[in-house]
Design a protein around this ligand. Structure first.
Ligand SMILES: [Zn+2]
Ligand SMILES: [Zn+2]
Length: 372
């Protein structure tokens, strides 16, 4: 029997984060074991406060973003021990139309979003993170906030030699999901793009829009984060509470009378109202934030049809975008921006403090280092 264990982060109750020891992962064909170098904080700070879990998390199963080094493979693997990789989230089926046309694993038909209300148990969904330990008959390793992580081979990519873990770790929910949304919105250098509700996802949208040469207009109020936006290279920051906020947008967009596209990153009706008003006729709106599964009211006639606005949303990296994303992560200006927006890095043993800072909003992206 191996004496090896896996150090795993848990949130056993609200406002408490602590590590526990679990058995070292069991790994089956099609998977590798990754020793995680960085597990960025995403929704875990909110979980720490509210103890409300999404369908794919639980108190002992946390973290979906990560980079690290492969420490174990199975025979026939196309990877080698020592390979440095980024792990994308989930364990998609590889067979449905979403998977076979290069779309996002999070939207794989193997995840029955339409069926959870009928009592479907998340651990039975092998396409999601909670199913990974079940598929491997493993007592640990399905998630990123652990020293050792089980990763499906089709969900990892080898990192180029010169790309650091610190820069690669932005490739998940910070620059990765927003890379895909920028592609789906077809953002170009001719566009004026609103980014509203600035957390790390909004900062990721900013970097992606600037990378494509677009003019970025930020709608935000948190002075700490507005300063980060300026450091990222944003020239137009508008206080959405200002009485003339819309006139300020129109002054930037000229005769088109509104922005070409908008990323809404909060899910707050306040900001949704602003982006619908702030885009032009035939404008495009992309939702990257949400508040629970709450509803938001639109007028089909006034908001969508008369103004001919397109509205979509999503939160994952498409398979087809991985190559372009890795190229972007090697861009010198993008790396400078990653250094700006990654404001904190903590040993995972200090996750308690990391989550408290995450909730303070005096931060950009926060990294955890599970080996420490
Ligand atoms: Zn699929
Ligand atoms: Zn995330």
């Amino acid at each position: 029997m191996s004496e090896r264990t896996n150090t795993v982060l848990t949130i056993p109750e609200p406002n408490v984060a602590r590590t526990i020891e679990k058995p070292y992962p069991n790994v089956v064909e099609g998977f590798v074991v990754v020793e995680t170098a960085i597990a960025p904080v995403c929704n875990e700070a909110r979980i720490f406060r509210e103890h409300q879990f999404e369908w794919h998390d639980s108190p002992e199963h946390l973290g979906h973003e990560g980079v690290g080094t492969i420490v174990e493979t199975r025979p026939g693997s196309r990877f080698e021990v020592g390979d440095r990789v980024i792990v994308f989230q989930g364990n998609s089926c590889q067979e449905c139309f979403v998977c076979t046309t290069g779309l996002s694993p999070t939207h794989c038909l193997g995840i029955p979003y339409e069926g959870f209300d009928d009592g479907m148990a998340p651990q039975d969904v092998t396409a999601g993170l909670l199913g990974i330990e079940k598929v491997n008959a493993s007592e640990s390793g399905g998630f990123a906030m652990a020293r050792y992580r089980l990763a499906p081979e089709h969900m990892i990519m080898k990192l180029p030699d010169g790309l650091s873990f610190e820069h690669a770790a932005a490739g998940n929910c910070t620059l990765g999901c927003t890379y895909t949304s920028a592609e789906e919105l077809a953002v170009t250098a001719n566009d004026v793009v609103i980014v509203a509700g600035i957390g790390f996802i909004g900062m990721g949208a900013i970097v992606n829009a600037l990378y494509r040469g677009a003019t970025v207009v930020v709608l935000g109020r948190n002075e700490y984060r507005m300063n980060l936006c300026r450091e990222l290279g944003v020239e137009h920051i508008i206080d959405p509470d200002a009485p003339d906020w819309l006139a300020q947008i129109h002054a930037i967009t000229g005769p088109r009378r509104g922005a070409d596209a908008a990323f809404e990153c909060s899910g707050a009706p306040y900001y949704l109202d602003k982006v619908f008003a702030g885009v032009r006729r035939y404008g495009r709106v992309y939702s990257m934030g949400f508040l629970g599964s709450g509803a938001y009211e639109v007028s089909i006639l006034n908001d969508i049809m008369d103004r001919h606005v397109s509205w979509t949303g999503g939160h994952d990296v498409r398979f087809r975008d991985r190559d372009g994303l890795l190229r972007m992560l090697q861009d010198a200006e993008v790396q400078r921006q990653i250094d700006v927006l990654t404001t904190h890095s903590f040993p995972m043993s200090e996750a308690q403090e990391a989550f408290e800072i995450g909730l303070s909003k005096e931060c950009g992206k926060i990294y955890l280092r599970p080996g420490e």
